[in-house]
Design a protein around this ligand. Structure first.
Ligand SMILES: C[S@@+](CC[C@H](N)C(=O)[O-])C[C@H]1O[C@@H](n2cnc3c(N)ncnc32)[C@H](O)[C@@H]1O
Length: 293
């Protein structure tokens, strides 16, 4: 155990002094080991102060005297609430509508029409799309808007919709509401804004009920060794999630995605992420988009 609370004082110009509980090297190693083991998130030494900042509120409101004490509590909590609160506070949820828009254009113009053609040939109406690491919901809602645009009336003849998962309960609750600050939809066309959103107070908009009801939001940890899905997906989006994983974790996850994808199905990852040049599982189509061989 480390000694009593170690506090550091921080003061911004014109503001009150705030006391932050400091973390020792040993405590940081324990915390990052646990975070890596549970969520696959790999925190470098540079992320130490970020971690300290993001966890202050929990330490203060729950009365922990040190990170060591907090760590012990995380290990002993059998309810799962403490670990869930931990990920709620450390996950980076940055996202917005039409982010990395070349992917949405490819989805609308190529991937989705290709899958629909195949389904029609097979006389199937079962279209399965998974958005993994969906954060506050902009990505799955964006995909749903495009699906309805492409499919029109035909949409309701399909068993379509989107499975949208994330590790953080807090962010999933935001996603379900579908309420966003106006600037979050800036990258959409006027027609998309008019068709799919309504005003919700002076500075917010809400995604239409017609779109919201088509998204199924679930908590799911991508570190789970086995994916529990009975059928394979035609398209998987997992963008800007693996950026926090090391190579070994990413490669293992990509193998699980591969097993969970239909032959010829698609995988979209973030533009700053890569599957690695030598991997034999997927063929490259456009930057950060791949197809199962
Ligand atoms: C930066 S957001 C990406 C949002 C969206 N996909 C995009 O590209 O804009 C990353 C999301 O991954 C989630 N995440 C991180 N580790 C995860 C894990 N092990 N399992 C599931 N989701 C995870 C985080 O909670 C966060 O919401």
């Amino acid at each position: 155990m480390t000694n009593g609370p170690a506090m550091q004082n921080f003061q911004l110009p014109g503001e009150q002094t705030v006391s932050l509980m400091a973390i020792s090297d040993k405590e940081f190693d324990l915390m990052r080991g646990l975070i890596y083991q549970k969520f696959g998130i790999n925190l470098s030494d540079e992320k130490k102060s970020l971690l300290v900042g993001r966890l202050q509120k929990i330490l203060r409101t729950e009365g922990f005297q040190s990170f060591d004490q907090y760590y012990e509590n995380l290990l002993n909590d059998k309810s799962g609430r403490a670990i869930s609160k931990l990920i709620d506070n450390i996950s980076t949820n940055h996202t917005y509508f039409n982010r990395e828009k070349a992917h949405f254009e490819y989805f609308r113009d190529h991937a989705l029409p290709d899958v629909l053609t195949r389904l029609k040939r097979e006389k199937s109406t079962d279209l399965r799309i998974w958005c993994a690491g969906c954060s506050s919901g902009e990505e799955p809602y964006m995909l749903l808007m495009l699906m309805q645009e492409v499919m029109g009336e035909e949409y309701r003849h399909f068993n379509a919709g989107i499975l949208a998962t994330d590790i953080s309960d807090r962010i999933l609750n935001t996603a379900k509401q579908g309420i966003y600050p106006v600037e979050r939809i800036e990258a959409l066309s006027d027609q998309q804004k008019r068709r799919h959103f309504s005003r919700c107070g002076p500075e917010h908009v809400q995604v239409s009920e017609e779109i919201r009801r088509e998204a199924v939001f679930r908590r799911f940890n991508l570190m789970n060794d086995r994916f529990p899905f009975k059928k394979q997906f035609h398209i998987i989006f997992c963008r800007n999630v693996m950026i926090y994983f090391d190579r070994e974790t990413r490669d293992a996850l990509v193998r699980r995605f591969h097993a969970a994808t239909e032959q010829g199905g698609y995988l979209f990852i973030g533009h700053s992420e890569t599957l690695g040049r030598e991997q034999p599982l997927y063929e490259y189509i456009i930057p950060a988009a791949y197809r199962k061989r």
